[in-house]
Design a protein around this ligand. Sequence first.
Ligand code: AMP
Length: 178
Amino acid sequence: MMNGAVTAAILESAIRNVPDFPKPGIQFKDITPVLGDARLFAGAVDLLIGPHANSGIDAVCGIDARGFIFAAAAAQKLGAAFIPIRKKGKLPFTTIEESYTLEYGEATMAIHADAVRPGARVLLLDDLLATGGTAAAATTLLTKMAAHIVEVGFLIELGFLQGRAKLPGLPVRSIITY
Ligand code: AMP
């Protein structure tokens, strides 16, 4: 099976569940065993690209920090630009920002004001969809910049947290759902 296609089931068996990280009650989905295996990493990127290989994607946008890993690889494979959406205070140039509420407190995501051309066909990627707050803030930024969001893709979706509800009207696709 070593030379066969990498499937969602194969990736799922490689993802490591770490209980109580970074705090009690969280089941952290550790993707480093996927990244540490060249075949699995490439397979995960191929599955995230999915049907978009020849659909004229202009840019792949990744969410700070693990989203960068998959989005950068996908952008290279698609011959598209890579655009980082970062936590506030990290990007050096003029930014557009969007705040959202966390379980305790607030967070802010930022994008460079010149990162996206209006009408650009953008694929937005992150490693994991949990409550959806982070991805929703990222899509708001892209919408503010008049990007065309072709798809919001995740390697992992924690379905029981219903993060999709925070992304209404957007095409959302995940490879593995728990
Ligand atoms: P949320 O805004 O709740 O959808 O959280 C999504 C972000 O938090 C993603 O960027 C994930 O990398 C990270 N995250 C949330 N929950 C987990 C988890 N159980 N395991 C790994 N990463 C997580």
